[in-house]
Design a protein around this ligand. Structure first.
Ligand SMILES: NC(=O)c1ccc[n+]([C@@H]2O[C@H](COP(=O)([O-])OP(=O)(O)OC[C@H]3O[C@@H](n4cnc5c(N)ncnc54)[C@H](O)[C@@H]3O)[C@@H](O)[C@H]2O)c1
Ligand SMILES: [Zn+2]
Length: 672
């Protein structure tokens, strides 16, 4: 009994975390199918144990994408999710249930694509777009009108005739494959993290603060549902056709289906045909056509009873394992990677797939040269899911995990309770050293431009940089660096300038940049704010460290063990001598004020004195509120260069003062 409760609590916690990763961070960790199966398990458990039910359970709520940087507005009618299934049999059950629910009345079903983007609600008044709102938590969403206006396929003014004076139309904002590939190629070049799939890219883009940037991304929109009191027709299909005649893009694959057989044929056809579509789809949606019948069937807390999504299973391919390579990361963890005979999967050639750790090799029971199943769901990262044991060569040996570091030869160790094997040679193992330098210079850490993976190896091989502190004496090698093939004086100057500028990076990011095992971005922030300086952290005891929010014994011990190494203490001392921030400025609390209390400020454009994130922090530290879009509630627009003309126009029309960064900085200056 108790274990059921524990399982329920565990599933809720996990599902909430994955919802946040998916909707807010746009960076899912698990496949949609794994997520959906966890959700199903929770639903079943809650059904079996009604005593543990909770209205806040993720089974009763739509995953929320609300972002505090935007203004929220309540939906006139809630925006729900769709019930989903991976089985044709369950789609047939849905048809049967609808028949029962409608007391045997005749009905038609509309089949359409389930586009894999992010949902949007558009409100039109007198033929003009007045508002675009995301699904949010289903009850209220983020107002993203300024960004949506940049999407060319969304009509700002309707054509034709017959539109109601006021109505809402809902649809999916998408990033077509072509634009997605272009965007990711660009991000790869800039060493920015890649988007996992077009859905994450589309929702990330829709939530950007700069509409001019949004305009460049090439978003598209396909509309799939109309709501309002005076719609032209009493059925969904004809309403969508009418919407098309007013200038909306509606699903060209939308089809009226008469019976279960027609539904099955539709599924069978689109299961393969969808791969030719220019946009990502993750399934099909079936809706009861008549609006009156839709009303009769009604809703659950989370989804309509008159519609169902049939989701496609991840694509799978069978290919031969050539060999397993072992790669050493920054923290010394050795990751096995399956090197495969190239195979085509969801439009890309797959040659490698991570096997993550030894346990996975054991569980799947992979032998040398086995035939492996590779899968790609909504993610671009391929995954090995199974072995075809029938085609295994007789006498083939199980894949052996290496015993020694494949690079430096040190015997590997396995930390108790963890799946990973680690090379303990922290200070002498080249990929670990290079990995730490790469991490140190990264965008979210010290943000030193011009040093990518290859440059780090170059600097290491030449003996110029062996740890982060060496970066601050790189100047003496400037002339030699300029002689390196393919590196010009401009790159060298850019690197040196980046190193200099990194001395301004706040302490919490420096702490994260040091690569202390288990100290991530958030941990570093909490540590920095609580302890204020590296000196205090270096001398702190386990008790002092674990007293800090979010710092558990594992992190605390890792910190202590890191600073027990003399070499690490030396690096810290040299960084400090070079002028890198090793403490929080004394006056940090003095930076807080109520000067902007009650004020809502919209930031737009690019700035020269601080980054956008810093301005956001300044606003919050002074008691103000950030918002993403301009409305009557906005008090000021903090405008940098390249502010979008649409925003400027809007601010003017509402009479909201537009201030530049100098004025803003004066506003938050304290009278002494
Ligand atoms: N991998 C993860 O970590 C993770 C986390 C959270 C959610 N998810 C995935 O997201 C799903 C839940 O997301 P959801 O609530 O948006 O549900 P959903 O994506 O399964 O279905 C509802 C959505 O489908 C979209 N849609 C596309 N075409 C449509 C059409 N023709 N008609 C109607 N709607 C259409 C709409 O945006 C609607 O909001 C889960 O089932 C899961 O697969 C994954
Ligand atoms: Zn090693």
């Amino acid at each position: 009994m108790d274990s059921a409760r524990q399982r329920i609590l565990h599933l809720r916690e996990e599902l909430n975390r994955h919802n946040h990763n998916y909707y807010v961070l746009n960076a899912p960790e698990i496949s949609d199918m794994d997520f959906d199966f966890m959700m199903k398990e929770l639903e079943e458990l809650e059904k079996e144990h009604p005593e543990f039910d909770d209205p806040y359970s993720p089974t009763h709520r739509v995953g929320s994408d609300i972002n505090k940087a935007f203004t929220q507005i309540a939906h006139k009618r809630p925006m729900l999710s769709l019930g989903n299934t991976y089985s044709i049999e369950e789609v047939n059950d849905f048809v049967r249930r609808a028949k029962d629910g409608l007391m045997g009345e005749d009905f038609k079903i509309v089949g359409e694509m389930k586009y894999d983007g992010t949902s949007i609600s558009l409100t039109y008044e007198h033929g003009r777009l007045v508002r675009a709102v995301t699904r949010g938590d289903g009850q209220q969403g983020d107002v993203v009108t300024d960004n949506v206006i940049t999407i060319k396929s969304i009509p700002l003014q309707l054509q034709g005739s017959g539109w109601p004076d006021e109505f809402e139309i809902r649809g999916e904002i998408l990033l077509p494959w072509k634009e997605f590939d272009r965007l990711n190629a660009e991000r790869e070049f800039n060493e920015e993290p890649l988007f996992a799939n077009p859905r994450n890219a589309a929702s990330g883009t829709l939530k950007m603060q700069n509409s001019a940037e949004v305009a460049k991304r090439g978003l598209d929109a396909i509309l799939y549902f109309m709501l309002g009191d005076n719609l032209p027709y009493d059925n969904h299909y004809d309403n969508m056709k009418a919407a098309a005649s007013w200038g909306f893009k509606v699903s060209p694959e939308m089809t009226l289906l008469d019976d279960m057989e027609a539904v099955d044929r539709y599924i069978e056809y689109w299961d393969t045909a969808r791969k030719e579509l220019p946009v990502a789809t993750d399934g099909l949606v079936f809706k009861i056509n008549s609006r009156r019948q839709q009303l009769n069937l009604g809703f659950t807390a989370k989804s309509p009873r008159w519609a169902i999504a049939y989701k496609f299973k991840a694509e799978r391919a069978l290919t031969k394992l050539r060999f397993v390579s072992f790669e050493v990361g920054r923290t010394g963890v050795v990751t096995p990677v399956a090197n495969l005979e190239p195979v085509l999967l969801s439009g890309t050639v797959v040659k490698r797939a991570s096997l993550h750790n030894e346990d996975i090799i054991r569980t799947l029971d992979i032998h040398d040269h086995d035939m492996l199943y590779v899968e790609k769901g909504g993610e671009i990262i391929p995954k090995i899911t199974d072995v075809d044991k029938n085609s295994r060569a007789p006498g083939s040996e199980p894949v052996e995990f290496v015993k020694n570091c494949p690079v430096c030869g040190t015997p590997l160790i396995r930390i108790e309770g963890e799946a990973a094997w680690i090379c303990p040679n922290k200070s002498g193992c080249p990929p670990q050293i290079c990995g730490r330098i790469e991490h140190y210079v990264g965008r979210r850490m010290m943000n030193i431009d011009g040093i990518g993976e290859e440059m780090v190896v170059e600097l290491y091989n030449n003996g110029w940089v062996r740890n982060p502190a060496d970066l601050y004496t790189l100047e003496v090698h400037a002339e030699a660096m300029k002689m390196l093939p393919g590196i010009g004086p401009r790159t060298v100057n850019r690197i040196l300038e980046g190193v200099e500028a990194s001395k301004e990076v706040p302490f919490e990011r420096v702490l994260y940049a040091l690569s202390i095992p288990y100290v991530g971005e958030t941990g570093a922030k909490k540590l920095a704010r609580a302890m204020k300086s590296i000196d205090r952290i270096m001398e702190a005891s386990v008790d002092e460290l674990t007293a800090i929010e979010d710092i558990g014994p594992r992190i605390a011990e890792s910190i202590i063990s890191y600073f027990s190494v003399q070499e690490n203490r030396n690096i810290v001392r040299r960084l400090k001598d070079a002028g890198v921030n090793m403490s929080v400025p004394e006056n940090v609390d003095a930076d807080r004020s109520d000067l902007l209390a009650g004020k809502t400020i919209v930031i737009s454009g690019t700035f020269s004195k601080h980054s956008r994130d810093e301005y956001k922090e300044l606003i919050e530290n002074n008691g103000g509120k950030n918002s993403g879009s301009i409305s009557k509630k906005t008090d000021y627009v903090l405008a940098g260069e390249n502010m979008g003309p649409a925003k400027l126009e809007k601010a003017k029309s509402l009479g909201i003062p537009v201030i530049d960064e100098d004025t803003f900085l004066i506003m938050i200056e304290k009278q002494s």
